[in-house]
Ligand binder design. Structure first.
Ligand SMILES: [Zn+2]
Ligand SMILES: [Zn+2]
Length: 146
């Protein structure tokens, strides 16, 4: 079917995309990226991370540099290289009987991430569902981290 999309439908789709692309209340960067990359796919750059920064943490101007310094040169690499599901979410190492033999199975990451546990607004830290693997930045460390 080659029906042209009406302008109305188009703006509706855009609106939906905007909704999806807006970080939820207190949603952390990691859960946000996990969510939007699953829906839209990685675009080969840091546009979603940048969007999160613009909307939720506008003062984190060094975010993209910190991410790419830690191996996250695009949004999916950020998910792969700079963060990891927190250990308490992993399916534990367990013993199962495979072909009649008790077999040790390694811990596995969760199939689906639970809801974001929330971060304070303006933070680019992950919530408790994630471990950050960001390299600590050598400069730009402000005092007063409690
Ligand atoms: Zn990517
Ligand atoms: Zn989160």
């Amino acid at each position: 079917m080659d029906e042209p999309i009406t302008a109305e439908a188009e703006s509706y789709v855009r609106e939906l995309a905007e909704l999806w692309l807006a970080p939820h209340e207190q949603e952390c960067l990691s859960c946000y990226l996990d969510r939007v990359v699953a829906v839209f796919g990685c675009q080969g750059d840091l546009r979603f991370a940048g969007r999160y920064r613009d909307l939720a943490a506008p003062r984190a101007t060094a975010l993209e540099r910190r991410l790419s310094d830690s191996g996250g040169r695009c949004d999916c690499e950020v998910l792969m290289n700079t963060m990891q599901p927190a250990w308490h979410l992993w399916k534990p190492r367990r013993t199962e009987v495979v072909d009649g033999w008790a077999t040790e199975l390694d811990a596995e990451p969760p199939d689906e991430m639970p809801h974001c546990t929330g971060v304070r607004r303006g933070s680019t830290q992950p919530c408790r569902n994630w471990h950050s693997m960001l390299r600590p930045s050598s400069r730009g460390r402000r005092g007063g981290s409690r």
